[in-house]
Design a protein around this ligand. Sequence first.
Ligand SMILES: [Zn+2]
Length: 70
Amino acid sequence: MKIVKTDRSGYIVECGCNREFQGGRMRLTFECPRCGRAAYAAEIIGDWLLERRSAEVSLTYLRQAASTSV
Ligand SMILES: [Zn+2]
């Protein structure tokens, strides 16, 4: 399970069974309405934050590389 995006009411979570569903912000677990799989929200959100952070880091790195190569 992973977060694909966020909106005002919570997170859009994608399950391994290809179903996307909304997980509220204050939920302790995310539960797939299709296959019933559940996961800890904190874990999923942690993965998502890490992924976002590494995306930002590599962007910064690319920008620096571009500016020094000129
Ligand atoms: Zn599922």
